[in-house]
Design a protein. Structure first.
Length: 81
């Protein structure tokens, strides 16, 4: 498996627009979800997590607590926190 780069929370928080790239974190991993935003079944709500953690949002929307959702997320992994 490839070694993923380590990013700080500050670096992640700079990626909160489609132009700068949209990054999120989940369980200590960093994901660049720029290309997924337009594909999200839950529409623009995904933008609320831009530059930050998915956990508080996924705690509210339990639809994400499924293996197939984590498989999608995993496709966008770019690093670790
Ligand atoms: C639904 C992925 C972030 C709100 C879904 C579904 C997927 C998905 C695959 C469909 C699940 C199913 O029906 O089996 C993702 C990924 C995210 C993300 C990969 C982050 C990278 C968010 C965030 C929010 C959100 C941050 C809210 C702030 C919703 C809602 C639905 C949904 C409300 C239900 C849509 C409906 O069926 O009406 N998401 N999501 N999602 N998502 Fe997300």
């Amino acid at each position: 498996t490839p070694a993923f780069p380590v990013y700080t929370q500050e670096e992640v928080s700079k990626h909160r627009t489609l132009a700068d790239g949209m990054w999120v974190t989940y369980k200590g991993e960093v994901y660049d979800i720029t290309d997924f935003v337009a594909l999200h079944p839950g529409g623009s709500k995904i933008l609320l997590a831009a530059g930050g953690a998915l956990e508080p949002f996924w705690a509210m929307y339990a639809v994400h607590n499924q293996e197939h959702v984590l498989e999608i997320l995993n496709e966008y992994k770019v690093g670790k926190l």
